[in-house]
Design a protein around this ligand. Structure first.
Ligand SMILES: Cc1cc2nc3c(=O)[nH]c(=O)nc-3n(C[C@H](O)[C@H](O)[C@H](O)COP(=O)(O)O)c2cc1C
Ligand code: SF4
Ligand code: SF4
Length: 247
């Protein structure tokens, strides 16, 4: 079983490539929480693929990895691939604590940065170069997993500061600065794709109905009209998502 969480498609792509190479099924964690966890301790492999947030774990990963149904159904070989814009700090070690065991293999996989609420995502050609490099790294990752390698690879810079920086995630993941501007065409996609059910369409426009969310950036980066803003900073910034970058 290969579990993944993904806001803008990087981790989903990585999970799909790995799952296909090792003949496993990629399972969206949002669906697994909704529909039940069907892994078993007899499984050959259990994998976790997700983005790093503030050198730590997304809230949904903290919750999922600590669930007894997940803990009790870890397979014989456990790995994690944590996607990032630069480094993952100690996120793999934080996952170990939640799972109650260390993954046999962990890899910090550099992919384009999607945190548009804080930074301007890079231009498309540069993002394509990062994705090309990530695909090369994924070839190594697949071979390592097939060989049941025991290793910690990729950029774990930030390890020393990780515990402190990861505390910033919770205060940052507020929704009150999200809004849709006048370019919104009321397509409803943002509400449909939000993994937290934090968006509802009211009078044709999205409304953020929870005070906190994952801050996965799916809504703001995947809106087809780039209508979603976060405070004042995002009006002049690019948007990033995997699907629109590989075309
Ligand atoms: C809330 C948030 C925090 C992030 N924090 C980090 C970080 O600490 N270090 C880093 O290298 N990238 C960081 N990123 C970038 C993402 O981890 C990276 O773009 C990831 O590949 C996105 O995966 P996805 O497309 O599967 O959602 C952050 C992104 C978000 C949305
Ligand atoms: S995805 Fe964009 S255009 Fe569609 S409803 Fe949401 S904000 Fe409006
Ligand atoms: S509101 Fe937007 S950023 Fe927050 S969890 Fe939903 S899709 Fe992600």
């Amino acid at each position: 079983m290969i579990y993944y969480f993904s806001g803008t498609g990087n981790s989903k792509h990585a999970a799909e490539v790995i799952a296909s190479a090792v003949n496993e099924t990629p399972v969206d964690i949002v669906d697994a929480i909704k529909n039940g966890i069907h892994g078993s301790a007899d499984d050959e492999i259990t994998g976790f693929v997700f983005p790093v947030y503030f050198w730590g774990l997304p809230e949904i990963i903290k919750r999922f990895a600590a669930m007894p149904e997940v803990n009790n159904s870890l397979g014989k070989y456990v790995f994690c691939v944590i996607t990032c814009g630069a480094d993952t700090g100690n996120a793999d070690k934080m996952l170990s604590k939640k799972l109650g065991r260390s993954p046999d293999y962990s890899f910090s996989l550099k992919m384009p940065d999607n945190y548009v609420v804080m930074y301007d995502p890079c231009e498309k050609e540069k993002a394509q170069k990062y994705l090309h490099h990530a695909d090369k790294e994924l070839e190594t990752i697949c071979k390592d997993i097939l060989n049941r390698e025991n290793a910690r690879k990729g950029s774990t810079n930030g390890s020393a500061k990780s515990a402190f920086v990861s505390l910033l995630y919770d205060p940052f993941r507020k929704t009150k600065k999200f809004y849709a501007d006048e370019s919104c065409v009321s397509c409803g996609l943002c509400a449909k794709i939000c993994p937290d059910n934090a968006i509802e369409i009211k009078n044709g426009k999205p409304v953020w109905v929870k005070s906190k969310c994952q801050h996965c950036t799916a809504c703001i980066n995947r809106c087809p009209k780039a209508s979603i803003q976060y405070g004042k900073g995002t009006q002049t910034r690019r948007r990033y998502n995997y699907e629109n970058t590989v075309d």
